[in-house]
Design a protein around this ligand. Structure first.
Ligand code: ADE
Length: 538
C-alpha cells in the first residue's frame, strides 16, 4: 500500500510539475515588469513566489522563461523549484510553476512554497483564492481536493522528505571525506558532477560568451542572471591566482570557458557583506558601463564552512590605485577616467522612476581608488558595493544594512568622522561619496603627465596622517584642522589641471550641502572633455 501510494504520488507530482514543451513555437506570457505587461518566449511562461524580506509578504513574479535558460533542457529544474529557503539567504524566488499550454497561462499560476519557515507558515498566497496551482493550468489542486488525494500527497511527501534527508546525510558524510580535494582552488566545486560544463551546454550555449549570456537572458532590466544560471557559471569557474586580499576575504582571477573573471571569496563571518553586495548588484537597472559588471553570486556548503563567491568582470589593469601607483596618464586620459567615475557615481546616485522597472538611489559609502577598476580603454568602473545603501522612495526609508563594516577612514567625509552626518537624510550619504570622489580626482590629477612633469603617486593626506590612520587622527586633520590635500603649483598654469583642482575643491567643502552633485561633476567634466576632444562614456 505504501509503495503504491508513493508511486501514485510521484506520478502525480511529476506530471503536475513537468510542463510539456511545445517545440518550435512561441508563447505570449503575462509579465508584470514588462512594458506591455507581456513577453514572448520560445519556452515557458512562469510565475514565481517569494517572500519579500522587508514586508514579509508573499510576492509573485510573472515572467518568460526562454529555452536558453532551460536546465536540464527537456525538464527544467527551475520549473520545479519549490523549497523552503531561509529568507535571509533568499536572493530569488522560492517556488516556481511553469506552463506553455496557452497564451498568458501563467497569469493564473500561484505556486506555493513547499514548506514555509515558521514565521510564514500561517500565510496564504495573495490573490490565489487559497488554491494551489502547479505547472499546467489544467492541473489545479485546491481546497476542493478529495481527502484521499490529500492523504496520498501527505504520505508521499513525508516519505520523499525522509528519503531526501537520508540522501543528504549520505552526501554530507561523503563531502567531509573529500574535503581536502575541495580546498585546493583548482578543484573547488569540481567534484559536483551535475555542474559539469558538458551538462550545461543547452543553458549556457556552447559558444556563448558571458556577455552573450547576460545580453540574452531576461536580464535586459539590468538586474542580473537567473539564480540557477549564476550558480552553474560559478561552479564551472577555475580559480587561477589570488589578486587581492581584504577584510572581507580574497579576490581571485578565475577562468570560465577561457574568459577571465574576478572572484571575490568572502569569509563565512562576512556573509552579510556578501549578501549585501550580491543584493545591491542585482538591483534592477544597475548594469552600467561604469559600474563593475556583476556575473554571479553563489553560496556553497563544502561540509565544513560555506563558500561565498561573488563573480564579476575581470579588468586586467586592476584597481585605479594599482594603475596610478605604476603609471601616469595624459590630460585626455585623466579626464576620461574622472568623467567615467563621475558618470558611474551619478548613475548610482540617481533614482529612476518607472512603473515596470526602476532603480533606487544608491550611495556607495566606500569610494576609494582601491574600489575602482580601470578598463582597457582607460575608463573606470566602480566596484565593491558591499557597504552601499539605497533609498526606498515609497516608504522614505534608508536601508542601512545591519553590517558592521564602515567606510575607509582616510576617505571619510568630515561629517562621517565627527558623526554629525544626518543619517535620516539620504542626500547626506551622496554628499559623503562626493567628498571621497574629490580625493580620488586629486590622486588622478597628480599622475597627469604634462611635458614629462608629474607628481609621484600618493594617497590623500599621505603627508598629514600615518598609514592606517585612526578615526581620531583623521578627525583632527580633516575636521579640526580643516586640512585638504595640497594643490601643486604646476596645476595652476595648465588649464585642464586647473579645472580639475576647481572641481575637487568643490567636492570636499566642509559644508556637505555646498558640494557639487555627481551629476553636476559629470556635466562639468564632459564639457572639459569636449574642449579636449574626448568622447564621454555613454
Ligand atoms: N581586483 C579586484 N577586483 C578586480 C577585478 N574585477 N578585476 C581585476 N582586478 C581586480
Amino acid at each position: 500500500m505504501l509503495v503504491w501510494t508513493l508511486v501514485a504520488t510521484l506520478l502525480l507530482s511529476v506530471s503536475a510539475q513537468t510542463p510539456q514543451t511545445t517545440k518550435g513555437k512561441t508563447i505570449t506570457c503575462f509579465c508584470d515588469k514588462c512594458a506591455n505587461l507581456e513577453c514572448v518566449s520560445d519556452g515557458y511562461c512562469y510565475t514565481s513566489t517569494r517572500i519579500d524580506k522587508e514586508t514579509k509578504q508573499i510576492e509573485h513574479d510573472f515572467r518568460c522563461f526562454d529555452k536558453i535558460a532551460h536546465f536540464p533542457p527537456e525538464n527544467p529544474a527551475w520549473c520545479k523549484e519549490n523549497a523552503h529557503l531561509n529568507p535571509e539567504s533568499l536572493l530569488r524566488s522560492a517556488a516556481v510553476a511553469c506552463c506553455d499550454n496557452e497564451n498568458y497561462c501563467n497569469k493564473a499560476l500561484r505556486p506555493q512554497i513547499a514548506s514555509m519557515p515558521p514565521q510564514f507558515a500561517s500565510m496564504r498566497p495573495q490573490g490565489a483564492g487559497g488554491k494551489l496551482i502547479i505547472s499546467s493550468a489544467d492541473e489545479k489542486i485546491g481546497d476542493d481536493l478529495s481527502t484521499d488525494t490529500s492523504l496520498i500527497i501527505f504520505v508521499g511527501t513525508t516519505v520523499l522528505v525522509v528519503l531526501l534527508l537520508v540522501l543528504l546525510v549520505i552526501y554530507c558524510g561523503w563531502t567531509r571525506n573529500h574535503k581536502w580535494k575541495k580546498q585546493r582552488p583548482g578543484a573547488l566545486f569540481k567534484s559536483n558532477d551535475s555542474m559539469d560544463p558538458q551538462d550545461q551546454q543547452p543553458i549556457l550555449g556552447v559558444n556563448n560568451t558571458l556577455r552573450d549570456i547576460i545580453d540574452m537572458t531576461t536580464s535586459g532590466s539590468g538586474s542580473g542572471l537567473p539564480l540557477l544560471v549564476q550558480r552553474s557559471i560559478a561552479r564551472q569557474i577555475q580559480l587561477v591566482e589570488i589578486i587581492g586580499k581584504g577584510r572581507f576575504g580574497e579576490v581571485w582571477r578565475g577562468r570560465w570557458r577561457g574568459e577571465n573573471v574576478a572572484v571575490k571569496i568572502f569569509s563565512s563571518r562576512e556573509e552579510r557583506s556578501w549578501f549585501r553586495e550580491a543584493e545591491i548588484y542585482q538591483t534592477v537597472m544597475l548594469r552600467h558601463d561604469n559600474i563593475l559588471g556583476f556575473i554571479a553570486a553563489d553560496n556553497k556548503d563544502n561540509g565544513t564552512w560555506t563558500q561565498l563567491w561573488l563573480v564579476t568582470d575581470f579588468h586586467e589593469n586592476g584597481s585605479l590605485f594599482d594603475y596610478l601607483s605604476t603609471r601616469t596618464v595624459d590630460i585626455v586620459g585623466m579626464i576620461r577616467m574622472a568623467l567615467s567615475i563621475s558618470t558611474g557615481l551619478a548613475h548610482l546616485h540617481m533614482e529612476i522612476v518607472g512603473t515596470q522597472a526602476g532603480k533606487p538611489a544608491i550611495a556607495h559609502r566606500d569610494l576609494k581608488s582601491k574600489n575602482i577598476l580601470v578598463k582597457l580603454n582607460g575608463t573606470c568602473a566602480i566596484g565593491d558595493l558591499g557597504l552601499a545603501v539605497h533609498y526606498d522612495d515609497v516608504d522614505g526609508k534608508i536601508d542601512l544594512a545591519t553590517n558592521s563594516r564602515v567606510g575607509t577612514k582616510r576617505y571619510m567625509a568630515p561629517e562621517v568622522l565627527d558623526e554629525s552626518i544626518c543619517e535620516n537624510h539620504f542626500d547626506s550619504f551622496k554628499r559623503a561619496d562626493v567628498y571621497a570622489l574629490g580625493l580620488i580626482f586629486w590622486e588622478i590629477t597628480r599622475r597627469c603627465n604634462v611635458g614629462g612633469i608629474y607628481d609621484e603617486y600618493q594617497l590623500p593626506y599621505y603627508d598629514l596622517v600615518p598609514s592606517d590612520p585612526t578615526i581620531e587622527e583623521m578627525r583632527k586633520t580633516v575636521c579640526e584642522g580643516r586640512h585638504r590635500p595640497s594643490i601643486p603649483n604646476r596645476w595652476q598654469s595648465i588649464d585642464a589641471l586647473n579645472a580639475m583642482s576647481k572641481v575637487m575643491k568643490e567636492c570636499w567643502y566642509h559644508n556637505a550641502a555646498a558640494r557639487l552633485t555627481a551629476l553636476r561633476i559629470k556635466k562639468t567634466l564632459a564639457n572639459l572633455g569636449a574642449s579636449e576632444d574626448i568622447k564621454p562614456p555613454q
